[in-house]
Design a protein around this ligand. Structure first.
Ligand SMILES: Nc1ncnc2c1ncn2[C@@H]1O[C@H](COP(=O)(O)OP(=O)(O)OP(=O)(O)O)[C@@H](O)[C@H]1O
Ligand SMILES: [Mg+2]
Length: 327
């Protein structure tokens, strides 16, 4: 696979206003993004996602480290490298607020010297695709936030750049618009083989859209892996066991020592036991505890897990899952 973006050992410190304190926002971050890939950049508030995105698109200069786009260093070959990128950041800065929806699209579509006919076709296509047709003559500053966001993404698409950077594209959107934006992003990635980097707190975006995820916490990468790998990795570890009998106090005590987060629900017919294993071998320890009292096992199921739970475990789980790597 061909890397299109390479972020190498990037550091960024901010100085707090009116004090001598410094904030290490990005601390030795390195990752690569391959052509045609959809990468999710995740992390809690303040993790350093926006700072990283701004450094990739040249709006913020790293203190050290380097970023190349299509093999070009984005500081040494600034204009040449940034030509490959378009970005939608917080506050939709890529739109003209005093122009209408249609005027914005026509302006950006005509930017690359396309013929009038081509421009009009392209604009019409996007107005329909983004469900903005009935707002085409509205000024941008009179649109709702969701509509502005959709227009900002449409404008980013018009640039025909290889890479699109999106900082929280579904933030604050209603359920339907959020869904629409996710669908649009999927179709952009599929049709055009474009590379997309999305920072998001929206785990549906990650689970349904992103192939790979880089998770940042406190300015450092804690996970860089395929979403499918992480799902598999975490699924293997979470079991629900149906028991045809009750657990004794002794058994529960042993479980608590070995699996502090276990969950047990007692029932006279079928009791359930939920356990997250740190390593798959721990299943034997679990069975030792059950065997001790001859507790009948009726069924063993892998707990269904969503990306939100995985994210929480990676970020909040402390050292247990620090630097998760499946491969
Ligand atoms: N211009 C700035 N001046 C000073 N500190 C800043 C500035 N921009 C960001 N920071 C600090 O840098 C850290 C990383 O911020 P950043 O915006 O990159 O986080 P983020 O991951 O995008 O968070 P969020 O999920 O809230 O958008 C935070 O501690 C933030 O307060
Ligand atoms: Mg941010």
């Amino acid at each position: 696979m061909e890397p299109i973006i390479e972020v190498k050992n990037v550091m960024k410190t901010y100085k707090k206003r009116k004090s001598k304190e410094y904030i290490q926002a990005v601390n030795d971050v390195s990752f690569t993004v391959n052509r045609g890939e959809i990468l999710g950049l995740l992390g809690p508030n303040g993790a350093g996602k926006t700072s990283t995105i701004k450094m990739i698109c040249g709006l913020l200069i790293p203190d050290s480290g380097s970023i190349t786009i299509n093999g070009l260093n984005n500081q040494k070959k600034r204009l040449e490298s940034l030509r490959h990128i378009s970005a939608v950041l917080e506050g939709n800065r890529n739109l003209y607020w005093r122009l209408t929806v249609r005027e914005n699209l026509e302006y950006f579509a005509g930017n690359r010297g396309a013929s009038r006919k081509e421009v009009l076709e392209r604009v019409e296509d996007l107005l329909v695709k983004f469900h903005l047709k009935d707002k085409e003559t509205e000024l941008v500053n009179r649109l709702s936030r969701g509509m502005q966001q959709k227009l900002a993404i449409a404008v980013a698409m018009l640039a025909d750049s290889d890479v699109i950077l999106l900082d929280e594209p579904t933030l604050g959107l209603d359920v339907e618009t959020g869904y629409e934006v996710r669908e649009l992003l999927t179709s952009i990635a599929e049709q055009d083989n474009r590379t997309i980097i999305i920072s998001t707190h929206d785990m549906d975006v990650v689970q349904n859209l992103c192939e790979r995820t880089v998770i940042i916490n406190n300015g450092q990468i804690v996970t860089d892996d395929k979403v499918a790998n992480l799902m598999r990795l975490f699924e293997v570890r979470s079991y629900t066991i149906s028991l045809g009998g009750l657990l004794s106090g002794k058994q529960q005590q042993l479980l608590l020592q070995k699996f502090p987060d276990y969950h047990y629900e007692e029932d006279t017919i079928v009791s359930t036991l939920e356990v997250d294993l740190a390593k798959s071998e721990e299943i034997y320890d679990l069975f030792d505890v059950l065997k001790m009292e001859g507790t009948p096992v009726e069924a063993i199921d892998r707990k269904t897990i969503n990306f939100e739970q995985i994210f929480m475990e990676i970020v909040k789980g402390g050292n247990k899952h620090a630097m998760v790597q499946s491969s």
